[in-house]
Design a protein around this ligand. Structure first.
Ligand code: CU
Length: 138
């Protein structure tokens, strides 16, 4: 009897955190530790890469964005954030590095909660934005 009681308590207390994790993991859409990530958007392909790899927090990183289609008049920007958490604003300003290719430096901070899933929102001026969601090494 006491054993059964303990199991019920453990199962019940595990449920919220398990549900919380599952609500984040399916959102990962970018394997940034291994390769550049590509998303289609507004008739364009948006390619995001971050170096050096592995991509770690509290490290000087270079963010690259390459976009297919007609030439952009203004560079895109990247806003870094965490799904389900409000973090301080962290905008990566990109400079042209070739036709429709842009690069900029930034740092991904270490989250006090211990979570490692980050979101890079690439905004293409006057067209819209797309989210890349990936794991970072803390
Ligand atoms: Cu956080």
């Amino acid at each position: 009897m006491p054993l059964i009681f303990v199991l019920v308590v453990i199962t019940a207390s595990d449920r919220p955190s398990l549900a919380a994790e599952q609500s984040y993991y399916p959102n990962i859409n970018c394997d940034i530790q291994k390769q550049a990530c590509v998303q289609s958007f507004s008739g364009r392909e948006i390619r995001l890469n971050i170096t050096p790899k592995p991509v770690k927090t509290m490290t000087d990183l270079v963010f690259y964005v390459k976009i297919t289609g007609k030439t952009l008049n203004h560079p895109p920007v990247i806003d870094l954030g965490m799904p389900g958490m409000t973090m301080g604003p962290n905008r990566i300003r990109l400079e042209p590095a070739g036709r429709n290719t842009f690069a900029g430096k930034g740092v991904i901070v270490r989250c006090p909660s211990g979570r490692t899933i980050w979101r890079a929102t690439v905004t293409v001026p006057e067209e819209g934005r797309v989210d890349f969601i990936f794991n970072v090494i803390p």
